[in-house]
Design a protein. Structure first.
Length: 133
């Protein structure tokens, strides 16, 4: 299962990304769909981080300002099981190293020029070919 860390202000891109991943059989957890009204969101995020085995962080200027994106990323960087399983997704150009200097060691999946090319490159991580977008 993939944990998707993002700013809620990037909602439309994230929804499109989640739909693509699910269409290709990749189970994904993200807060908008998986946290229900009265649930303790803090506990739900923690449970998902402990359960998921992949971590995707959507990078944008808004994500850099998000305290929760930073917390989630720092948690993932400290977990041995996420080693080589952190995928930075560049949604919009931004100085992502301000979020963490460690992001530069991971293969970036760039969506800034083409959503379709970004999808193709993201799915390649799991050895999956892109179906029609």
């Amino acid at each position: 299962e993939v944990f998707l860390s993002h700013s809620d202000l990037d909602r439309q891109f994230v929804v499109d990304l989640v739909q693509l991943m699910r269409k290709h059989g990749i189970p994904v957890w993200y807060s908008r769909a998986n946290i229900v009204g009265a649930q303790q969101w803090h506990d739900e995020i923690g449970a998902a981080l402990n359960r998921c085995d992949w971590f995707v962080v959507v990078l944008s200027p808004r994500a850099l300002k998000s305290v929760w994106v930073k917390r989630e990323l720092l948690f993932a960087l400290q977990q041995k099981r996420f080693e080589d399983r952190i995928i930075p997704v560049l949604y919009q150009p931004c100085p992502f190293e301000k979020l963490s200097w460690a992001l530069s060691i991971y293969q970036m999946v760039d969506f800034t020029k083409s959503f379709e090319d970004g999808c193709r490159n993201l799915l390649r991580v799991w050895g999956i070919g892109l179906k029609a977008v």
